[in-house]
Design a binder for this molecule. Sequence first.
Ligand code: GLU
Length: 513
Amino acid sequence: MMDREVRVRFAPSPTGPLHIGGVRTALYNYLFARKHGGKFIVRIEDTDQQRWVPGAEEYIFESLDWLGIVPDESPKSGGSFAPYRQSERRATYSDYTDKLVQSGKAYIAFDTPEEIENMKGVMEQEGAVKPQYNSLMRTRMRNSLTLPPEEVDDLIARGVPHVVRIKMPVKHDIRFKDLIRGSVVVHSSTLDDKVLLKSDGMPTYHLANVVDDHLMNISHVIRGEEWLPSAPLHVYMYECFGWEETMPEFAHLPLILKPDGKGKLSKRDSQKHGFPIFPLEWKDAESGELLLGFREEGYFPDSTLNFLAFLGWNPGDEREIFSLDDLIREFSLERITKGGARFDVEKSRWFNEQYLRMRNTAELAEFIKNYALADSMECDSEKAEKVAELMRERVTFPSELYFHAKYFFTPPEAYDEKVVRKRWSEELAPIFLDYAGKLKDQSEIDPETAKQLLSETAESHEMGMGKLMQLLRVSVTGESGGPDLMEIISLLGPKEVSYRIESAVASYKQSEE
Ligand code: GLU
């Protein structure tokens, strides 16, 4: 058990649709909180007004809701550390930069972007490689470290735009332990004097993030690896504020890589290969671009969760099927991999197939009935359940239970040409019509009898059953593959099948002429 109450947060910025990597971060935080009897908090980091995208926050909550990742505290559900939206906490942050300026850990800077660029140019000419606003450059800029106090006061009084920057010490080792990566030591000379408070009075990500993690009593920061470079600054800020005692522990999650393992998974991969990397569909308001969503593609929430959990974590043995409760029980940060996690589309499909097969027939039948209804086809529960049973082992997504089985609802409009070309010959016509005739006499038929009847028909024409089966399937369904043909015949009923065989033979004959 942990000594401290576990309080973790998922802190997305509503700058667009939540990427699947973000969902994984939310999931790992959630699992960690539940495992340790702690709290899972969702905090919306919306201080960057320029990058704020309408609908993005709603998208985040809808995604979590779909997956059943329920926050204990959030802007929606509230909590004792409210508000949980940083834009609603904006008044808080400048008090903290005031404190840092007073204690000499931060300073006020008046430089315009042009002045900064010019100085970088000058320093490059002097031989500096990639100069940045740091302990060296700050001595040559217009800030409260270089200007007399009266001038600073005067500039502020006159409303000259200014920011607050952290004052990185010249020589200081910043150390912390990452629960996944181990010890990290960064020398302060490699870090720049990041802006904490912007000229519009809004905090930057770094300030708001650290202050809120502190105020919300966050025990562990579990987030994507892209934030690892920011961690030394954050750790240093805890030192500056004197909050070392309650500083959270850090765990930076591995990147999610492209299916071929080469490079970070991107939106372009999704568009190019037609697989989703977003939990829900998202239409970009400006470009009109439609991004695919796991939900709309037909993934189940439980299979998506299982798949996501395995993108960077595993239980250490062969088991793969984990419900959310199983994951809560087994999850540990120790078992998170250090290397990037390859996004394996085939695996995501495999998980969905397993979860589809585990669902009960009535539930699958419900999908079929709904798709049939939307397609103006009649389908009662009994039929839907039979189709569900025949199709469940053969599909990946619920929609395929219907769309890959349309021949249960309507006669084929075309026949698999390859099979017809290979198998059809004029001499088969009387055999097929004979079988059709025998079926017509029945009002219903079970699969065994349908087979028996076919075998008798074949025998009486001195033809092997093997020569008939594939073409018979195509004649009844239009397709070369599918569940057991005799089951299909039985479910469609002898009269319908008889009619389909006659139509198929007529069509084969016609195309011969
Ligand atoms: N707002 C940051 C993001 O969008 C949060 C990073 C963090 O968890 O510290 O990912």
